[in-house]
Design a binder for this molecule. Structure first.
Ligand code: ACO
Length: 370
């Protein structure tokens, strides 16, 4: 049997959406370098690129923005569902529950209209829940604002600073799509049964919430908070590595060199956080960790991944920690939707094999005794 734990090295899908080149540290969306897109384009333009295959003309962008605006509002019944959920329920679980209550089109295949609807509504769900937990009045979507700035506006009630919009827009673009990661694979497996787009995103949310995947930025923040000072850094990291624990924000199944998303985010937030003590500590921890990982894990080629700098972006814009993984989900929904639509274009149900490693011949022996 050709068993590869975690499907490592197995090609499960052919896609036109993105190329993740782990040896050379390159990420390409439909022919465009993701870091270029993050520096020069808006999230809406990149959504268009992922869903339609090319960057939009002005009129096409205007139309997509209008469709996203129209789909931002929360239906009353979803508000009632969210209000019924226990206050200590994790935000990712709240999101999963809300998404599962969206009404999908009854016919297969999934549509761009559904992709628009789910991408547009997630920031509103998050902002509604966040403010309601903090006994703050709900801020309705502002249709003068783009997707990313409207999300910050709905959370805070203030028009966000340009510098904050710039870094969060770059983050949304860089994390919108990333090949066959666990959550995207989940979404395609679900779509391959001819299930609907919202079910596929629900499953993907379940995969995303684990600490080895989308939950890592929270782990990065805890690590940096616990380390606290440059003097503590090396001892703290050595203790973890001596216990064979993973350092959050480092390592990647595919990237065996710098994660290009981490590099791009690091550049973008430099301007915002250059004189910030916390950011100086983050950089120091990064450099020390990479040195120690070379010592403790020689030959494993462990570098900073996107989640390390995601934490830095979120810290720089004062995003509350409970929204870290959900915000990743808000951007990645664009990529999941693109994959579900692509899966539907040329569908074949996923059905790999399993290798039986259990006991043999038990039925015969039991039968003889009886
Ligand atoms: N810290 C310390 N050691 C590590 C780390 C790390 N962050 N990552 C990998 N290693 C070590 C492993 O212990 C293992 O060592 P060994 O061969 O001596 O047993 C070796 O490197 C290979 O690691 P695997 O876990 O087999 O690598 P895998 O490809 O399965 O895992 C993963 C990749 C899950 C990302 C892993 O590197 C990890 O857990 N990192 C920390 C969590 C994290 O930052 N996740 C975010 C990833 S990016 C994203 O999902 C958007």
């Amino acid at each position: 049997m050709n068993f590869r734990p975690g499907l490592e090295g197995i090609t499960a899908v052919q896609t036109n959406l993105s190329s993740v080149d782990g040896e050379n540290g390159r990420l390409i969306f439909r022919g465009y370098h993701a870091d270029e897109l993050a520096r020069k384009y808006t999230f809406e333009e990149v959504i268009y690129l992922l869903w339609y295959g090319e960057l939009p003309a002005q009129n096409e962008l205007k139309k997509l923005k209008k469709q996203l605006h129209e789909a931002r509002n929360l239906p009353e019944y979803i508000i009632r569902i969210i209000d019924e959920l226990p206050e200590d329920m994790e935000m990712m679980a709240v999101l999963r529950t809300s998404i599962s209550s969206l009404k999908a089109n009854p016919e297969w295949p999934p549509t761009l209209e559904e992709a628009t609807r789910i991408t547009a509504i997630i920031p509103t769900i998050l902002a509604y829940r966040y403010r309601s937990l903090h006994h703050l009045e709900f801020i309705a979507p502002n249709h003068q604002l783009d997707h990313v700035s409207n999300y910050l506006y709905m959370l805070t009630g203030k028009i966000p600073k340009d510098a904050h919009i710039k870094v969060l827009n770059a983050y949304f673009i860089l994390t919108a799509e990333h090949g066959m990661n666990a959550a995207t694979f989940t979404s395609r497996v679900i779509a391959s049964t001819e299930s609907d787009l919202f079910s596929a995103v629900c499953g993907a949310i379940g995969a995303m919430k684990g600490p080895l995947h989308g939950g890592a930025p929270t782990g990065v923040m805890s690590m940096l908070n616990e380390i606290g000072t440059m003097e503590n850094t090396e001892d703290w990291l050595r203790k973890k590595l001596n216990n064979n624990e993973k350092l959050m924000g480092f390592g990647h199944r595919v990237y065996k060199t710098n994660d290009p998303r981490a590099e791009a985010l690091s550049d973008v937030i430099e301007s915002l956080s250059a004189n910030d003590d916390w950011f100086a500590l983050a950089r120091y921890v990064e450099n020390t960790a990479i040195r120690l990982l070379k010592e403790y894990k020689p030959g494993r080629r462990l570098y900073t991944n996107v989640e390390f700098y995601a934490a830095a972006v979120f810290k720089a814009i004062d995003l509350p920690e409970m929204l870290y993984t959900p915000t990743f989900t808000a951007s990645r929904t664009a990529g999941w939707s693109a994959h579900v639509l692509e899966q539907a274009e040329n569908n074949r149900i996923f059905r790999p094999l399993s290798e039986y490693t259990g006991l043999e011949n038990m039925i015969n022996e039991n039968t003889q005794r009886g």
